[in-house]
Design a protein around this ligand. Structure first.
Ligand code: ADP
Ligand code: MG
Length: 697
């Protein structure tokens, strides 16, 4: 394989220096190896030939027809000059149009010769045509086997005469020119997972003889890609784990036990118990814990965090809980103070608006160790905040913090504190494993008993009157209501206007009720004031932008109306919806949308009405948007540059690759054994190094 990486494609028949340059510029293809790993994106079944008379519909796929040209004419002038061939397959006639290389093609193609054309038909005024199809003789076409790859090309390459055929010819030339291709996976792994060999895989991925063979080729290549990626991530993670010393928390003592037996407000769910066990086990190893706690909105993550913080206190260290907003931090502070106040635990709140005097007290108590639990916003990571002995950090709603901010918490102690990152944005397992390879994941997959799933409805403008009637009913029952507008972006005057209009409209419609109003551009104090109006039930309706997305807990609010729901992403809608359905009453979420929306948008909204399962929604979100787009990974800039594997659909292969990688590292952590020489050298060829993700939390 190494040889292939050194062979320049300019030496290939039919490529040459000029075309090689173009390929490098457009697709980064320089060597035989690059070319062999430039895979088709889809395949045409060479065995089926369409009839022109059967063409129908607006959006025909690319396909093949077989027939003869009746005539060629050059039409138009200047830039619009084109070669037009009339092509008949006996069933009907269509136009074939070329805008480039007119002279060459005019000489190349003849009437009366039989050709197979491959391209995408389009229809102008009832007449079918194909622009720049690929043209083969039937012999050449059948020589390429059952299926024919269609390769990703750029406009420039297409204009310069490159086609899928250029690639398949070059690939088959390379393959027939080399006697053997060095295997890139150890034989033992290949036979254990019943994979096909590299040469067969490469050959089949370019021109498969059957769908089954294509599947095998894909499996082999995806596995290989994911295997080396996992190996790299895992190897790195293990090194880090052995290098970083963590706190050893062997004790479950006074605080935890007293709280558990006397102050626990309700029995823990089984999922909460399991997660606490997982965290306890981590903290008892002496290795620094780095754990992601995923739990759908309302699943009770706060209580889990508190119990773990108590373990830290039992082991004579301090704990810190960091939340993304002042409102959330305050809410956590109030909840936790209420729960532990009788136990003599010193809990304090530190945010941007903490007074100077209180700040001084906090600083002093932190450094002399008399402050047990500090709760706050990112004010807690400021330089002048110093702990006596910080043993445990909880970060709530992880995706709101940048990587750098999180990393700063690590520096708060000589020994790295244990870190628990909590998120309600479910990161699909495959993604979590791939990008956070070394972050352990715990999942609370069960809601506290008695919760009723939120009923979600999709409504249009003409349903508004009825919708308001429904809201009125909830208000009369003494329930509260959220009305949400799309986020105000900077300088988006229009959004602000629609929010303000909406607010006025709501005040008008529901005259008997008090309406609170928040958006992201308000001063924090004003925001706080308005939120409190709603939280204290003084206000019945809260008109808001997505600032309420995270964490707010008002169990009496049973209805949420989301305006312009078509403008929100799936995960965001799910987060928003999580604000209702937190109490006893049946809750509703109404998605108000334009009637005319794109297919994908409709799919998104309909999915919301059909499920409340956060994981299902996250998976669907990833499939619709692609993993690179997922909020959070995008912010942390993790490069998921996969060639053939697809994180959205290849979860099982990721798992297999990870298990295989772990088994190997278990017995040979540094890959020093001669048996792993191949793996070692392949790994070194990986060009994109996985960077230090270990400190993401
Ligand atoms: P989230 O995971 O979204 O942060 P919270 O920790 O805010 O969820 O919990 C949501 C609500 O569920 C809170 O009102 C909390 O008191 C309640 N809760 C948590 N655990 C349980 C439980 N085991 N049984 C009943 N209610 C619970
Ligand atoms: Mg929460």
């Amino acid at each position: 394989m190494n040889g292939l990486r050194r062979m320049d494609i300019k030496f290939l028949r039919g490529i040459g220096p000029k075309r090689a340059e173009l390929l490098e510029k457009n697709l980064g293809i320089k060597t035989y190896h690059d070319l062999l790993f430039h895979f088709p994106t889809h395949y045409i079944d060479r065995r089926s030939i369409y009839r022109i008379i059967d063409f129908a519909g607006e959006d025909m796929p690319s396909l093949q027809v077989k027939g003869k040209f009746i005539s060629f004419t050059v039409q138009g002038e200047g830039a619009k000059t084109r070669l037009v061939g009339l092509f008949s397959d006996g069933s009907a006639v269509m136009e074939v149009v070329w805008f480039q290389r007119i002279k060459t093609l005019r000489q190349l193609y003849h009437t009366a010769t039989e050709y197979i054309l491959f391209g995408k038909p389009s229809n102008f005024n009832g007449r079918w045509s194909m622009v720049h199809p690929e043209v083969d003789t039937p012999e050449a076409a059948s020589a390429q086997g059952g299926f024919r790859g269609v390769y990703p090309l750029t406009e420039q390459l297409r204009n310069r005469g490159f086609s899928s055929k250029t690639f398949s010819t070059a690939v088959s030339d390379i393959l027939s020119g080399i006697r053997e291709m060095a295997e890139t996976l150890p034989q033992e792994i290949i036979s254990r997972h019943r994979l096909i060999g590299i040469r067969e895989a490469i050959s089949a991925i370019h021109s498969p003889q059957s769908p089954a063979q294509l599947e095998q080729a894909r499996l082999r290549l995806k596995f290989e890609e994911l295997f080396y990626l996992q190996l790299d991530i895992q190897r790195y993670a293990r090194k880090r784990n052995s290098a970083i010393q963590g706190f050893h928390f062997p004790r479950i003592g006074h605080f935890f036990n007293t709280f558990y037996s006397e102050f626990l407000p309700f029995p823990l769910t089984n999922a909460q118990k399991r997660v606490i066990k997982e965290i306890r086990a981590d903290m008892a190893t002496g290795r620094q814990m780095n754990r992601l706690l995923q739990g759908d909105v309302g699943s009770g993550k706060t209580l889990v965090a508190l119990l773990c913080m108590l373990i830290a206190l039992d082991n004579n260290t301090q704990a810190c809980l960091m939340a993304p907003t002042e409102i959330l931090a305050t809410q956590h502070f109030e909840t936790i103070t209420k729960l532990v106040s009788a136990m003599g635990i010193n809990v304090r709140l530190l945010t941007g608006s903490t007074r100077k005097k209180e700040r001084a007290v906090i600083h002093e108590q932190l450094s002399d160790g008399s402050l047990h639990i500090l709760i706050g916003t990112h004010a807690v990571i400021e330089d002048n905040v110093r702990f006596h002995n910080l043993g445990f950090i909880v970060i709530d709603e992880q995706h709101r913090f940048g990587v750098a901010q999180r990393a700063r918490l690590w520096t708060k102690n000589v020994i790295a504190p244990h870190v628990l990152v909590m998120t309600a944005t479910p990161i699909p397992r495959t993604l979590a494993m791939t990008v956070y390879g070394d972050l352990d994941v715990s999942v609370i997959d069960e809601l506290p008993p008695g919760r009723k799933p939120v009923v979600t409805l999709l409504r249009y403008e003409e349903d508004r009157f009825k919708t308001y009637q429904g809201i009125g009913l909830q208000l009369r029952l003494g329930r509260q209501v959220y009305i949400v507008y799309p986020l105000i972006k900077e300088n988006e005057k229009l959004d602000l206007k629609s929010l303000e209009d909406g607010y006025e409209n709501i005040c008008e419609t529901f005259r008997d009720y008090k309406v609170a109003f928040v958006h992201g551009q308000m001063k924090p104090q004003e925001k706080e004031y308005q939120m409190n109006l709603f939280a204290s039930h003084e206000a019945h309706i809260l008109v808001a932008t997505t600032v309420i997305e995270v964490g707010v807990n008002v169990p009496n609010a049973t209805t949420m109306l989301i305006e312009n729901a078509e403008r929100f992403g799936l995960s965001q809608l799910h987060q928003l919806r999580g604000r209702v359905g937190r109490g006893e009453g049946q809750s509703y979420c109404i998605l108000m949308s334009k009637r005319k929306i794109a297919k994908d948008t409709r799919k998104r909204l309909e999915l919301m009405t059909s499920t409340t399962d956060g994981f299902a929604i996250a998976e669907a979100d990833m499939q619709m948007r692609g993993p690179g787009d997922i909020e959070g990974t995008m912010q942390s800039g993790i490069p998921i540059d996969l060639h053939i594997a697809d994180l959205a659909t290849d979860g099982q292969i990721v798992q297999l690759a990870r298990d295989t990688a772990c088994t190997i590292l278990d017995s040979d952590p540094d890959l020093q054994s001669p048996a792993n020489a191949l793996i070692r050298s392949q790994l070194n060829l990986l060009t994109t190094r996985i960077r230090d993700w270990s400190r993401i939390s």
